[in-house]
Design a protein around this ligand. Structure first.
Ligand SMILES: [Zn+2]
Length: 106
């Protein structure tokens, strides 16, 4: 009979089948004989994925989103200027975006 292992749902650390808590992180382990997965079990499955998005990663994504928004603002200003024949709004938008880029260090 081979020894059973329980893989921690939080950190992925393999634990002895008889262990009640993860050796590495102390997360409560589920029996290898799993009951029908309820909402809480599915939630625990999602935990490693959720913790994968660190605050740094989130900030990076936000910065990318901001950069895209600024680019769109410039494109919209160029389109508006081309259509209306007025070029001062473009310079205004460009100036604002340039300042924002410098301030936010994108
Ligand atoms: Zn663990």
């Amino acid at each position: 009979m081979e020894s059973m292992m329980i893989v921690c749902t939080r950190c992925g650390n393999p634990n002895d089948d008889k262990a009640r808590r993860c050796k590495r992180c102390g997360h409560k382990l589920q029996s290898s004989i799993r009951p029908a997965p309820g909402p809480s079990a599915q939630w625990e499955k999602l935990e490693p994925m959720r913790s994968h998005i660190t605050p740094e990663r989130r900030a990076e994504l936000m910065r990318m989103f901001e950069a895209c928004a600024y680019s769109l603002a410039v494109v919209a200003a160029v389109a508006f200027s081309a259509v209306s024949g007025l070029w001062w709004p473009l310079y205004a938008v460009m100036a604002v975006v340039a300042v924002l880029v410098v301030v936010r260090r994108l």
